[in-house]
Design a protein around this ligand. Sequence first.
Ligand code: HEM
Length: 183
Amino acid sequence: MKSDYPDEKNPSNRYTAPARLLHWTLAILLIGMVGLGWYMMSIEDAPGSDWYFNLHKSVGLLVLLLVLLRAVWRLLHQPAPLPLATPPWQIIASTVSHWVLYALMLALPLIGAIGAAFSKSGLIFFGTPLPRLVAPDHDVAELFFSMHSFAAWILVILVSLHVLAALKHLLIDRDGVFQRMWF
Ligand code: HEM
């Protein structure tokens, strides 16, 4: 049977196993981190809130490492092309939105880590305080936290559009694009 994809040797055009594993691990971690971030802001000054802040900082640093790994993997591996019938505007929209998602996934934890480095409590990784590279500065920390909060909102909006597009491929177009990233 003739394939819907340009590459006849890989007719299902699936992403590789490492790409799929990194995609879904980061999807779960990023959604969890947004929820945790909003929750800890709602209990900011309550007794015991430190535990949530420290968890957020620690997992956030792990996410930063995973995003770096994913970005390097993506730069070294070209994904298989989209189906031949994909309209050009969709190819452009998906390329642009995917690169903006990568930029945000990197910038968000990086900005959070810089803010935390300038804060009074500093950076902490699962109970171990990390060496201070900068002197605490409340105003600089607050500036980075405002950017961190703004970037989280942009990420939420973009991920929602990304999910809607994926669902359109799965339920309306039924063109196999969703299954390329599924297990
Ligand atoms: C990995 C991705 C990350 C996501 C999705 C994320 C998300 C969020 C969100 C949604 C908030 C609440 C913002 C608000 O409503 O004002 C927040 C706050 C915060 N995040 Fe993150 N974050 C991430 C990584 C990090 C990292 C790596 C650090 C530091 C190592 C960090 C440190 C903080 C701190 C200290 C706050 C509280 C800011 C304040 O006191 O105003 N975050 N984060």
